[in-house]
Design a binder for this molecule. Sequence first.
Ligand code: FAD
Length: 406
Amino acid sequence: MNESFGFDIAVVGGGIVGLASAYKITLAHPDISIAVLEKEDRVAAHQTGRNSGVIHSGLYYQPGSNKAKTCAEGRKELLTFAKRHRIPYDICGKVVVATHERERANLEKILQNGLENEIEGLEEIGPDRIKEIEPACEGIAAIWVPSTGIIDFAKVAEKLADLVEKKNKGNRVLTSHKVTGFDRHDFYTEVRTDQGSIDAKYVVNCAGLQCDRVARLDNVEPDMRIVPFRGDYYELTEEARGKVKGLIYPVPDPALPFLGVHFTRMIAGGVECGPNAVFSFKREGYGKTDFSLSDTLDALSYPGLWRMFLKYWKSGLGEYARAFSRKLFLRQLQRLVPSLADSDIKPCRAGVRAQALERNGKLIDDFRIERQANSIHVLNAPSPAATASLAIGDYVNKMATKYFKL
Ligand SMILES: Cc1cc2nc3c(=O)[nH]c(=O)nc-3n(C[C@H](O)[C@H](O)[C@H](O)COP(=O)(O)OP(=O)(O)OC[C@H]3O[C@@H](n4cnc5c(N)ncnc54)[C@H](O)[C@@H]3O)c2cc1C
């Protein structure tokens, strides 16, 4: 790569959001040259390649929010995209199951929310119908969501990377290029990387777990901080896989932005159980005891983190206990599938979610995308951002078209 080569736009981050943004900009503006800069040696190395692989229907999101709108649009577009590019997916549907009377009211709220979001085919079902759909699952009531599906988001990201380079011969997806700083000049920005500098007129920051740091490198002080929440997964052994047909979710705690430990059939085969949500002492740390001094000091110096700990200490401690105790993790799974035995599960992998936190300790629920003079910063793109990625790409393209005057 000739490092002195200039681009119109540099996109930081080769996850699904950065790649979908580059793809949508290149479709709308075929003459604009784009460099996607990814620090790892492949695209989709972090959240995009380590998620549950669920195509969300949009059931939970506040009507009218960016999450609700982009999830609905993005889901439909994702299926068209997958069909066209022969990426396997399966609309297998899911059940959200109440196992206790105290969960009924929340289940009803979720149903009403889903109806308001116009999710097609929603059904309130009872124990008999639950058994028809998921014979091993015991619940007192549930919502059947037939439009939920499964896909491998890393495959979607790889295809997007391929198309970004094919649609314009001037575009590049440069892996192993870590962005380390920006030097602003009158008519362009010198984007410093660990492989030399690249000139670009505009910058789009889609750095996921590092997005607040990349924003600060660009002299933007965002009013939030990324908090990493690790999610551990177990998988069902081959003998136990028959206990789960599709996707089984609990009724989530409405105070938290996570959906609770669930069962997910994976598109490549197998059934995974998870993820929990544990504050991680390393932003890209996938081991239970991974620790980064700089990440920890950075997090602890933010008042929002202490306020969050105070607010959620009880559920946080519960998550820690389950992270280190297989028995407690299993007990949570058994609430949905009581016949599950210890010998039915084995530990598999982990992912880390990038969740934006405000100074007052509030976890930011909706997607957040901000603009600064010559840059756009995607500052909160947690789940369902993989499902919604193509619609988020449209949103970023519209901002770029307007503010970069493309
Ligand atoms: C455990 C888990 C389960 C989830 N389940 C689902 C699900 O089932 N369905 C769904 O729709 N969503 C799900 N999500 C959410 C979804 O995965 C994310 O919202 C989405 O992948 C975000 O994409 P991204 O491109 O913003 O981030 P990422 O995929 O993390 O990409 C950001 C990229 O930026 C790169 N980067 C960072 N800093 C730099 C730098 N300085 N220079 C160059 N590159 C840099 C990183 O290496 C990374 O590749 C889940 C997430 C997790 C973690």
